[in-house]
Design a protein around this ligand. Structure first.
Ligand code: 13P
Length: 261
């Protein structure tokens, strides 16, 4: 894993969009719009099949880092269709998501499964982003704190029992499920509250310093129009962007937030 991160993390989760051809088209324009900045990290999570095209076509722009959207809980095996963290590391992929809400909802990734994936990513030397967030029903039911604590605590429990730690330079993403792909964004106040709750869990478990230096990204309908307000919220250290990251112009504007350009 590379050195500690400086500045905000601006991450693009392309989900199941953009094959290799569309990846090249995006990069052609994006590299022209977004020059390298040393005060922030920009990370793309393309579809696994488009990662080789991404790496080949980023025109030497190694500041545009690359991650894998999901890995299997096993290192290798008879798991048709799956990719392991060890394989991602071998392909020189630097980052990996664990626990995205779409994996939790559509692929049955429970809290403990997410903990195993987090462990696998660390074991392979990738930088994980642990994704957590509540559904609308959970929020309405007053369960925000309980859900976030359970998701973070279980992942940390599994990680500890796997013996593969330590998890240095933690990066997490708070993605309220009700704000993903809906156009509904958490207010900067909502994000600050949830990030504060996550930091309390980290502080209880790992101590004040690791909790204070952990990067917690916000995800859920981030757009050029709300990026400045979100990045300005207390405890928001970056963003994980879905829809608005698919367009090079809009993601470049997000990546340039606060840079004076
Ligand atoms: P949207 O930005 O499309 O709401 O998606 C957020 C997300 O799921 C990023 O991982």
């Amino acid at each position: 894993m590379s050195e500690a991160l400086r500045g905000p993390v601006l991450a693009a989760n392309w989900k199941m969009y953009k094959g290799p051809g569309a990846t090249r088209v995006f990069l052609d324009r994006f590299v022209a719009l977004y020059p390298a900045h040393s005060d922030r990290s920009v990370v793309f999570f393309p579809s696994a099949i488009s990662i080789p095209a991404f790496v080949a076509d980023r025109s030497g722009r190694e500041d545009l880092e690359v991650g894998i959207q999901d890995v299997h809980t096993e290192v290798e095996g008879a798991c048709t269709g799956a990719v392991s963290a060890a394989m991602a590391a071998e392909a020189e992929i630097g980052w990996g998501l664990a626990g995205h809400s779409e994996r939790r909802r559509d692929f049955g990734d429970h809290d403990a499964t997410v903990g195993i994936k987090l462990s696998r990513l660390l074991e392979a030397g990738l930088r994980p982003i642990l994704c957590v967030g509540e559904t609308l029903e959970e929020r309405r039911g007053g369960l925000l704190e309980e859900v976030l604590s359970r998701q973070v605590e279980t992942a940390l429990d599994v990680l500890e029992s796997s013996g593969c730690g330590p998890w240095n330079d933690k990066v997490l993403a708070y993605e309220p499920v009700w704000a993903i792909g809906t156009g509904e964004t958490a207010t900067p106040g909502d994000a600050a509250e949830a990030h504060g709750l996550i930091r309390e869990v980290l502080s209880r478990r790992a101590g004040d310093e690791p909790a204070a230096t952990a990067k917690i990204l916000y995800g859920g309908s981030v757009k050029p129009g709300n990026i400045e307000a979100l990045l300005g919220a207390d405890g928001v250290d970056g963003v994980l962007v879905g829809g608005a990251s698919l367009d090079p112009d809009s993601f470049a504007r997000i990546c340039l937030a606060g840079s004076g350009r």
